[in-house]
Write a protein that binds this ligand. Structure first.
Ligand SMILES: [Zn+2]
Length: 330
């Protein structure tokens, strides 16, 4: 069955030395220290080792062929967002990454689609880059779950979401700069516990602030199956019911009314949870998304979904139809 993986990350093989170029900051650098591998360095400190399948489009196509998945939707690695940088420098970095992704799509149009990155810390510059990447043919953008710890429901971000709706661009929300990270470094907890909470935080902020209410045509997809949002949706609804004075202050619509409005990817690593999520958000709103090529990803590209007792029709929706609707609209 034709598979599109809508959650994958790709970097250029070589990155400019942005810290020297801009004269400050812990911009990511790549050190190619051994054949086929590179260390991502953040402010001179080791962040993560990546392999060739993080930058080589042909190696990736080969790996995906093994799992009968010909199409990848690529986006940058969230640590590249750099919302902390000066806005113009982040725009410069975003344009570099976006032009690179556009080049991959141009070179391999049958295998790649791409999501752009934008300088969320500056509303006007973010919208300017949205307009540019729309011209370049991008179907959407990937943004972080918070912007310098500001929540996505803050008023300053609304014009960005409004522009995404009017430009017909899909939005992928990916956790990054996890809350509480400094307090729980041991056991990889920022990634295992912080990331799902971040995604829930971002989504709850969009729901309760009324962004989805005010922008009914905005197409949002949440990474990692919505993180802890869906497993706690009953709690959100109960909180809305029992303390409207705290929760229903900006939007009178209950959070459960938005189930079926947004998309989520399939990266649960647990068929029971995926079945529950299909039940809660609907089989039209779950997209194959793996987080390839990183170790926490579903690196058998949806094999566990193939093994689930789903109808062919449901599998077709998850494996490609829902992603096309999310990215391109009806
Ligand atoms: Zn990811």
């Amino acid at each position: 069955m034709h598979k599109i993986d809508m959650h994958t990350h790709l970097l250029p093989e070589k990155l400019p030395d942005f810290a020297s170029k801009f004269g400050y900051g812990e911009f990511i650098q790549l050190e190619h220290h051994r054949a086929g591998f590179a260390n991502m360095m953040k402010g001179g400190v080791f962040f993560r080792e990546i392999g060739k399948n993080c930058w080589d489009p042909e190696v990736r196509i080969g790996e995906y062929a093994w799992y009968h998945a010909p199409v990848q939707v690529v986006s940058t690695i969230p640590v590249m967002f750099s919302y902390w940088a000066k806005p113009n420098d982040c725009l410069d970095l975003s344009m570099f990454l976006n032009d690179h992704l556009a080049g991959i799509v141009d070179d391999y149009p049958e295998h790649y689609m791409a999501l752009a990155t934008i300088p969320m810390q500056d509303t006007d510059l973010a919208i300017r880059e949205l307009e540019r990447i729309k011209e370049l043919g991008f179907p959407g953008v990937q943004i972080g779950s918070n912007v310098n710890q500001k929540n996505l429901g803050e008023a300053e971000f609304f014009p960005i979401f409004e522009a995404c709706q009017s430009l017909d661009l899909a939005v992928f929300i990916h956790p990054w700069e996890m809350m509480g990270e400094a307090d729980m470094r041991k056991y990889w907890l920022p990634w295992l516990v912080g990331m799902p909470a971040e995604t829930a935080r971002a989504a709850a902020s969009l729901l309760f602030s009324g962004v989805l209410e005010r922008l009914p045509k905005l197409r949002v997809c949440l990474a990692h199956a919505g993180g802890s949002l869906i497993p706690t949706i009953g709690r959100l609804q109960h909180g809305f019911n029992c303390r409207p004075d705290l929760v229903a202050i900006d939007n009178p619509v209950p959070p459960t009314d938005y189930l079926g409005r947004f998309w989520v990817d399939s990266a649960t690593h647990d068929p029971r949870l995926l079945r529950y999520i299909i039940d809660v958000v609907g089989e039209d709103k779950v997209c194959l998304g793996t987080d390839y090529p990183f170790p926490l990803g579903d690196l058998e590209i949806g094999k566990f979904i193939e093994e689930m007792d789903l109808t062919v029709e449901t599998r077709e929706k998850i494996f490609h139809k829902n992603t096309l609707t999310w990215l391109l609209g009806d």
